[in-house]
Write a protein that binds this ligand. Structure first.
Ligand code: NAD
Length: 443
């Protein structure tokens, strides 16, 4: 970093501490451990609705004396980074009317020429989505804001002044939608294929448009196949015991997928891909879906659900979640299955009755299960809850079983999918704002 060079950080649109961190870190090239100072700085700036400009001159803060404490911290930062800064801050209510009146006028001139639509992201991931979103937004003149939290935790106010909010599966019920609509939000952009968490009736009533995203089904399909093999080859046992140098064979014997019967429930995009890819393994494939997929029928045998339950060594779920298939796998369904059956769920947690699954694992009816989704996962996936007591007894019991693998809804998570999803989150509202249907229009 060059000494004396000017750096300007425009925080007029900054809505969250994470966003400020990101901007400052990028502009000042700060290492992560300065986050603490910037946290405090953000709190203060929020409190005073202050404007912050970092440039190459040397000035003191005006109107916000407490800021001086934090400037000291920034001083050290800048000294370390061999650079200068200038901070101008003023308490909004104290600001003299005349000179301050110029600023909004300048902003008002700039906004219309550059902004085609504005999108506020909840659950933004700075480490993978953000660079993609920033690039796409710059290319398409979209204004973005973001926070890493959920609407329920970080609040709906952050979205004030934005045309759209981008949300990851979480409560998007009537109340939440109303709160967004009250703040001028017109579009809901789901950062997921599934949109069952959005109250579509309410969205319609409010005149909101809703889009979702799509990405190649192969990522989730291959993950499901990986889980099948992990269960059948007892890989957790093998790796866990290898970790303590137990290289003995006892208890590690697996089953070969090629000699197994796999029952696929749901033969849509992902289920259909699972079937096509599984065909290469040479296993017998049964499938069930009220709607026939002709491509899947080339490789698999459509059957009724009871036959699939009775004859499958592995059962994998790939249906969307509906009221009709709530607890599709319940005690009655488990009772019809082979002893030692392997259950794979990369679809939706509500498809399985958690208590019935626990009973079936305890009785040995289910020999192994791999669950990428849980019946109750709101506020759980994707948070770092290290060291916290989690109030989710179903999950706690399932986690205690050595033959149950749980992953935190990561089946979708590939570089390819994240690019499709992030760009799709912006493309949907952009299309709506321009009076077009989005490529993936829900409503
Ligand atoms: N774990 C993850 O990361 C992840 C990622 C993407 C999608 N998903 C989930 O995977 C599931 C499948 O996604 P998709 O893109 O293939 O959806 P899709 O709409 O293409 O296919 C779903 C299929 O399920 C069928 N179906 C519905 N109810 C059924 C029932 N009771 N019995 C049998 N079949 C039934 C439908 O007819 C349809 O063919 C969805 O639940 C989705 O939310 C999970």
């Amino acid at each position: 970093m060059e000494y004396g060079k000017d750096y300007l950080v425009d925080i007029s649109y900054v809505r969250s501490r994470e966003e400020l961190h990101h901007l400052l870190k990028k502009a000042l090239d700060l290492p992560d451990y300065y986050g603490m100072n910037l946290d405090a700085l953000y709190d203060l700036l929020s409190e005073y609705h202050a404007m912050l400009t970092v440039t190459g001159a040397d000035e003191a803060a005006a109107g916000a004396p407490e800021l001086a404490d934090y400037l000291e911290a920034l001083d050290r930062v800048c000294l370390d980074a061999e650079m200068h800064y200038e901070i101008e801050a003023s308490k909004e209510e104290d600001a003299p009317e005349e000179p301050e009146a110029e600023a909004p006028a300048e902003e008002a001139e700039e906004a219309p020429k550059s902004e085609r639509v504005s999108v506020f992201f909840y659950c933004m991931r700075p480490y993978d989505m953000l660079p993609i979103a920033e690039r796409y937004a710059a290319e398409h003149n979209i204004r973005i804001g973001w926070t890493t939290g959920y609407p329920a935790t970080d609040g709906v106010d952050l979205a004030t002044g934005y045309d759209a909010v981008c949300v990851t599966p979480s409560d998007m019920g009537a109340e939440m939608l109303q709160a967004f609509a009250d703040r001028g939000v017109k579009y809901i952009s789901c950062n997921s294929i599934g949109y069952d968490h959005v109250d579509l009736e309410m969205a319609k009533e409010l005149g909101m448009r809703v889009s979702n995203v799509a990405y190649p089904p192969s990522g989730v399909a291959n993950y499901a196949i990986m889980l099948m093999m992990m269960c059948q080859r007892r890989i957790m046992q093998i790796m866990g015991r290898a970790g303590v140098q137990d290289f003995s064979l006892e208890g590690k014997i697996g089953k070969d997928l090629s000699f197994s019967t796999v029952g696929v429930i749901g033969t849509g995009k992902i289920g259909g891909t699972v079937i096509r890819h599984l065909s290469g393994f040479g296993c017998r494939i049964l499938c069930y879906d009220p709607y026939r997929n002709e491509e899947a029928a080339q490789y698999a045998e459509y059957t009724d659900l009871d036959t699939l339950f009775a004859e499958s060594d592995i059962i994998t779920l790939h249906t969307n979640a509906t009221e009709e298939n709530h607890h599709l796998l319940d005690a009655a369904a488990f009772a019809k299955m082979k002893k030692g059956v392997v259950i794979i769920n990369t679809a939706r947690g509500k498809l399985i009755d958690t208590d019935a699954l626990i009973d079936a694992v305890e009785s040995g009816k289910v020999g192994a299960a791999a669950l990428d989704v849980l019946e109750v996962e709101d506020g759980l996936y994707y948070a770092n809850l290290e060291g916290k007591a989690i109030a989710n007894r179903g999950m706690a019991v399932l986690r205690s079983f050595p033959n149950v693998i749980m992953s935190p809804h990561t089946a979708f998570y590939t570089e390819e999918a994240v690019r499709y999803m992030t760009e799709g989150c912006l493309a949907g509202p952009l299309a709506f704002a321009e009076g077009r249907d989005a490529e993936h229009t829900v409503l």
